[in-house]
Write a protein of this length. Sequence first.
Length: 91
Amino acid sequence: MARPTVHGNTLTLRLDSELKSVLEEAANESSQPVGEILRGLIRDFAREKRRREFLAEARRQSRILAGEAKAREEVEAMRWIDDVADRSGWK
């Protein structure tokens, strides 16, 4: 029987015997191949990385917007002070 075509890249890694045993035991307990467990762990890691990057960018943009809002508020406050000063004859 022909082997199915695998679409993707191969990753080769070395594990110490204790870690390999733990991984194989987990695979047996969950009735999943070791490769599927590793793919799941890598997917989770990549998802978390993207989430952290998204949150960092959101915080960066939030700080920019907060700075712009503060600057607008300061400009508006100065305009109000100027307006009051003009109407009160303090200028």
